[in-house]
Design a protein around this ligand. Structure first.
Ligand SMILES: *[C@@H]1O[C@H](CO)[C@@H](O)[C@H](O)[C@H]1NC(C)=O
Ligand SMILES: *[C@@H]1O[C@H](CO)[C@@H](O)[C@H](O)[C@H]1NC(C)=O
Ligand SMILES: *[C@@H]1O[C@H](CO)[C@@H](O)[C@H](O)[C@H]1NC(C)=O
Ligand SMILES: *[C@@H]1O[C@H](CO)[C@@H](O)[C@H](O)[C@H]1NC(C)=O
Ligand SMILES: *[C@@H]1O[C@H](CO)[C@@H](O)[C@H](O)[C@H]1NC(C)=O
Ligand SMILES: *[C@@H]1O[C@H](CO)[C@@H](O)[C@H](O)[C@H]1NC(C)=O
Ligand SMILES: *[C@@H]1O[C@H](CO)[C@@H](O)[C@H](O)[C@H]1NC(C)=O
Ligand SMILES: *[C@@H]1O[C@H](CO)[C@@H](O)[C@H](O)[C@H]1NC(C)=O
Ligand SMILES: *[C@@H]1O[C@H](CO)[C@@H](O)[C@H](O)[C@H]1NC(C)=O
Ligand SMILES: *[C@@H]1O[C@H](CO)[C@@H](O)[C@H](O)[C@H]1NC(C)=O
Ligand SMILES: *[C@@H]1O[C@H](CO)[C@@H](O)[C@H](O)[C@H]1NC(C)=O
Ligand SMILES: *[C@@H]1O[C@H](CO)[C@@H](O)[C@H](O)[C@H]1NC(C)=O
Length: 687
C-alpha cells in the first residue's frame, strides 16, 4: 500500500516538474521504472552493462520504452536474451507494469521466480527459456494479455497447470518443455481455446493421454515427447483438425494406433517412436494425403507395410524400423515418388530388395539393416539406380554371401556406406572407387580379404573408415596418410553438408533441421585383421584423426615419432602386434589421448611419464617384456605452460574440442533415441 502511494506521489512529482517544461523528445524514462530496473540490475552479478547513473533507462541495452508524449516514457520491452547474465530475478521486475515483452532466455539466471511477475497485466510475451530457474510455476497467476509463454529448459518442477489460460483468452503458445514437471496433464488445458502450440516435451508427465487436449481446436503443434504418458492414444485426437504436428514419441503409449487420420486434414508430422503401440497400421494413416514425416520406430507394430503411395502423395520420410512388420519388402513403396528417407531396419522382412526400388529416384537415406535380406548382388544392382542415394545401411543381412566385385555399379553420390556384420566374402570391390564422395565406410565384421586398396586416398571427404575384424592382409597403404578428410580441417568441415536424417527440435519448436554426421569421431579402425609391415610415419599427418585402432594385426617395426602429429587423437590402440623399439616420448604431447594401449608387443625401454601417460592403467603396457621404469606415482596436476603463445593455442583447441564434444554428445543421443536402426551401435567397440 505504502509502496504504491509513494510511487503515485513520485509520478505526480515527475509530471508536475517536467510536464510544463519539456517537449516530447526530452522525456526520459519513468522514475518508477528506473527504480525497478536499477533494483533488478543490482541482483545481476554478471553480464549486464547498464550505466545506472544515466537516469534515462530507455537508452540502456535491451530496454525499450513507449512513445509516450504525456509524462514520462514507460518501459515496454526488456530483452536480455543470450547476454550470459548471472544472478537472480528480483521481485522489483514486477514493478514494470507496462511491460509487454520480457525476454531473459539463454542466460545463467537461477533461483525462484517472483510470483508477482505472473500478475503483469500488459505482458504479452514472456521468454525465460534456457536458464536455471527452479520451483513450481507460481499458482494463481493472472497474465490477462499473455500470448506467448516459454519457460522451457529450466529446472521447474511440480505439476503443470493451465490456469494461465483462464485469465488470458489470447494465449497461443505454451512451452514448458525440458523441465522436471510431474503428474498428469490436467483437464484444464482444455480451456486454452486459442492455443496453437503446446510443448510439454522432456518432462516426467505421467497418466494417460488427456482427452481435454482434444478440445483444442486451434492446436497446430502438440509435443509430448519424452514423458511417461501411458495407455492408448484416444480416437478423439481426430477432433484436432488443425493439427500439423503430433509428437508423442518416447512415452509409454500402448494399444493400437487410432484410425482417426482421415479427420486430421492438416497433419504433416506424426512421431510416435519408442512406445508400445501394436497392431496394424490404421487404414486412415496409410492413406493420408497429408503426412510428410512419419516415425513409428521402436514399437511392436505388425502386419504388412501397406503404405498406399497413390494416396500418400506428400510422404517424404518414413521410419518403421524396429517393429514386427512382416515381409517381404513391399514393392508398393517404390511408387512413393517423394520419398527421401526410408528406414525399415529390424523387422521380419526378408527376401530380396524388390527390383521396383530402382524407381525411388528421390531416395537419399535407406536403412534395411537386420531384415534377413538375401542376394547383395541384386540389392546393389537395384539400388544403384537410386541416383540421389547418399546413405546406405545394410548391416546384418546377406549372411555369408560374396561381395560382388567384377561389375560396374555406380554409386556416385554415396556418402555413407555401412555393410558390417554380414560375413561377406571377397574383397573390397573396385566399383566402390567411383564413390568419390564417400565420408563414412563401415565394412567391419565380414570375411573380406586381400589388401586395402590404394585408391582410397582419392576419397577427399572420407573421415571414418572401419574395416575391423576381416581378413585383410598386406601393409597399411601409405596412401591412407593422404586422406584429406583426416588431414585438413576445411575438408572435414564439409562433411556437415550432408548427413544422417536426424530430426531435431529447436527450443522454439522449429523442426527438421538436418544435422550432419558429426556424431562420428574421425576414425581409422583396421583392428582384427592380418596386416603386416611397419607403421607408416605419414600417419602422423592425420591431424584430424580422433581414433586409430590397429589392435590384433601383425604390424612390426617401431612406433614412429611422428605419431605425435595426430594432435586430436583420443584413442590409440596398437596392442597385440609385433611392434618393437621404444614408446616415443613425443606421444606425451597428445593432450586429448584418453585411451592408449601397446599391450602385447615387443616394446622396450622406459614408459613415458608425462602428459596423459600419467592416466593410463598398467594394462595398457602389459605383455611387453622389455618395458619398464613406470612409477605409479599419484596423479599430479600439470604446471601451466610458461609460453604464452602455446597457452593460447591450447585454449583454442580446447574450446573447439568442447564445442565439438557437446555437439557430438547431442547428436549421439539422437542417433540412439531417434534414428536407431539407421546405424547399429557397435558393441565390440563400446568404450
Ligand atoms: C530538449 O529540450 C531543449 C529545450 O527545451 C532543446 O534545446 C533540445 O534540443 C531538446 N532535445 C534534446 C534531445 O535534448
Ligand atoms: C530492491 O527492492 C527490494 C524490495 O522490492 C528491497 O528490499 C531492496 O532493498 C532493493 N534493493 C536495492 C539495491 O535497491
Ligand atoms: C554513466 O552515465 C553518467 C551520467 O550520464 C555519465 O556521466 C558517465 O560518463 C557514464 N559512464 C559511462 C561509463 O558511460
Ligand atoms: C529471446 O531472445 C533470444 C536470444 O536473443 C531469441 O533467440 C528469442 O527468439 C527471443 N524470444 C522471443 C520470444 O522473441
Ligand atoms: C522442486 O524443486 C525444489 C528446488 O530444487 C525442491 O526443493 C522441491 O522439493 C521440488 N519439488 C518437487 C515437488 O519435486
Ligand atoms: C486479473 O487481474 C485483472 C486486473 O487486476 C482483474 O480484472 C481480473 O479479474 C483478474 N483475473 C483473475 C482470473 O484473477
Ligand atoms: C490407394 O489410394 C488411392 C488414391 O487415394 C485409392 O483410389 C485406392 O483405393 C487406395 N488403395 C487402397 C488399397 O486403399
Ligand atoms: C535383429 O532383429 C531381431 C528381431 O527382428 C532381433 O531379435 C535382434 O536382436 C536384432 N539384431 C541386432 C543385432 O539388432
Ligand atoms: C536429386 O537431388 C538433386 C540435388 O539435391 C535434386 O535437385 C533432385 O530434385 C533430386 N531428384 C529427385 C528425383 O528428387
Ligand atoms: C541374385 O540376383 C541376381 C539377379 O539380380 C540373380 O541373377 C542371382 O541368381 C541371384 N542370386 C541368388 C543366389 O539368388
Ligand atoms: C569377428 O567377427 C566374427 C563374426 O564374423 C565374430 O564371431 C567375432 O566375435 C568377431 N571378433 C571380434 C574380436 O570382434
Ligand atoms: C591370419 O593369417 C593366419 C595365417 O597366416 C590365419 O591362420 C589366421 O586365421 C588369419 N587371421 C585372420 C583374422 O584372418
Amino acid at each position: 500500500m505504502q509502496y504504491s502511494k509513494l510511487c503515485f506521489t513520485f509520478i505526480l512529482l515527475t509530471i508536475s516538474f517536467k510536464a510544463p517544461f519539456t517537449r516530447s523528445e526530452n522525456l526520459t524514462c519513468n522514475s518508477y521504472d528506473l527504480r525497478s530496473l536499477t533494483n533488478f540490475s543490482s541482483f545481476i552479478d554478471y553480464g549486464l552493462d547498464w550505466n545506472t547513473s544515466d537516469s534515462n533507462c530507455c537508452t540502456w541495452t535491451g530496454v525499450t520504452c513507449d512513445h509516450s508524449t504525456v509524462s514520462s516514457k514507460r518501459v515496454v520491452r526488456l530483452e536480455l536474451g543470450s547476454k550470459r547474465l548471472q544472478g537472480i530475478v528480483s521481485e522489483s521486475l514486477a514493478g514494470l507494469d507496462q511491460l509487454k515483452i520480457l525476454n531473459l532466455s539463454q542466460n545463467f539466471l537461477h533461483g525462484y521466480l517472483p510470483a508477482r511477475l505472473f500478475h503483469l497485466q500488459n505482458l504479452e510475451i514472456i521468454d525465460l527459456s534456457n536458464n536455471d530457474f527452479v520451483g513450481p510455476i507460481p499458482g494463481g497467476s493472472n497474465l490477462s494479455s499473455i500470448r506467448y509463454i516459454d519457460i522451457s529448459g529450466n529446472i521447474f518442477n511440480g505439476s503443470v497447470d493451465a490456469t494461465l489460460c483462464e485469465s488470458s483468452s489470447y494465449i497461443h503458445t505454451i512451452n514448458l518443455g525440458n523441465n522436471y514437471f510431474t503428474g498428469e496433464v490436467p483437464a484444464n488445458f482444455g480451456r486454452c481455446s486459442s492455443l496453437q502450440q503446446l510443448f510439454l516435451n522432456d518432462n516426467q508427465l505421467s497418466g494417460s493421454f488427456s482427452k481435454s487436449l482434444c478440445q483444442l481446436r486451434n492446436l497446430r503443434i502438440l509435443n509430448l515427447q519424452h514423458n511417461l504418458v501411458s495407455g492408448p492414444l484416444n480416437d478423439e485426437i481426430g477432433k484436432l483438425s488443425n493439427l500439423v504436428e503430433l509428437d508423442i514419441s518416447s512415452n509409454r503409449f500402448s494399444g493400437i494406433l487410432p484410425d482417426a487420420f482421415e479427420r486430421l486434414e492438416k497433419i504433416e508430422n506424426f512421431f510416435a517412436s519408442s512406445n508400445n503401440f501394436n497392431g496394424h497400421l490404421p487404414k486412415s494413416l496409410v492413406n493420408s494425403p497429408y503426412i510428410i514425416f512419419l516415425n513409428l520406430n521402436k514399437n511392436t507394430l505388425n502386419g504388412p507395410i501397406n503404405l498406399n503411395c497413390s494416396a500418400m502423395v506428400h510422404l517424404t520420410s518414413v521410419d518403421l524400423g524396429s517393429n514386427n512388420f512382416h515381409g517381404p519388402l513391399p514393392d508398393v513403396i517404390s511408387s512413393c515418388q517423394r520419398l527421401t528417407n526410408l528406414n525399415l531396419a529390424r523387422n521380419n522382412l526378408g527376401g530380396e530388395v524388390p527390383f521396383a526400388f530402382k524407381n525411388l529416384r528421390a531416395l537419399r537415406f535407406l536403412s534395411l539393416s537386420n531384415s534377413s535380406l538375401v542376394n547383395i548382388s541384386s540389392a546393389l544392382a537395384t539400388l544403384q539406380h537410386c541416383r540421389n542415394l547418399t546413405s546406405l545401411i545394410l548391416s546384418f543381412n546377406f549372411h555369408n554371401e560374396q561381395m560382388p566385385r567384377n561389375v560396374n555399379f555406380h554409386f556416385r553420390n554415396l556418402r555413407v556406406l555401412v555393410i558390417p556384420y554380414c560375413e561377406l566374402r571377397g574383397s573390397i570391390p573396385t566399383w566402390l572407387s567411383g564413390s568419390k564422395m564417400l565420408q563414412l565406410l563401415d565394412l567391419s565384421w565380414n570375411r573380406l580379404c586381400g589388401t586395402i586398396p590404394l585408391w582410397l586416398h582419392d576419397f577427399n571427404y572420407l573421415f571414418y573408415m572401419d574395416l575391423s575384424n576381416n581378413s585383410f592382409t598386406g601393409e597399411i597403404p601409405e596412401s591412407l596418410t593422404e586422406l584429406q578428410g583426416l588431414n585438413n580441417m576445411n575438408r572435414s568441415a564439409e562433411r556437415d553438408s550432408s548427413g544422417f536424417p536426424l530430426f531435431t527440435f529447436g527450443a522454439d519448436g522449429s523442426r527438421f533441421k538436418y544435422k550432419g554426421i558429426w556424431g562420428f569421431r574421425p576414425t581409422l579402425d583396421l583392428s582384427y585383421n592380418n596386416l603386416t609391415g611397419p607403421l607408416c610415419p605419414g600417419l602422423g599427418n592425420l591431424k584430424e584423426l580422433h581414433v586409430l585402432n590397429l589392435k590384433e594385426n601383425h604390424l612390426s617395426g617401431a612406433i614412429p615419432d611422428s605419431f605425435s602429429g595426430m594432435i586430436n587423437l583420443e584413442v590409440l590402440d596398437l596392442s597385440y602386434n609385433d611392434l618393437s623399439g621404444e614408446i616415443p616420448l613425443s606421444l606425451e604431447k597428445l593432450s586429448f589421448l584418453s585411451k592408449f594401449s601397446v599391450a602385447y608387443n615387443q616394446l622396450q625401454g622406459d614408459i613415458p611419464a608425462g602428459g596423459q601417460f600419467l592416466t593410463f592403467p598398467p594394462s595398457s603396457f602389459e605383455g611387453n617384456k622389455g618395458l619398464h621404469g613406470r612409477q605409479l606415482t599419484p596423479f599430479q596436476p600439470q604446471q601451466a605452460p610458461h609460453d604464452a603463445q602455446r597457452a593460447d593455442e591450447e585454449t583454442k583447441i580446447i574450446g573447439l574440442q568442447f564445442g565439438l564434444g557437446v555437439m557430438s554428445g547431442f547428436l549421439f543421443t539422437f542417433t540412439l533415441s531417434f534414428a536407431s536402426g539407421w546405424v547399429f551401435a557397435k558393441n565390440h567397440q563400446a568404450q
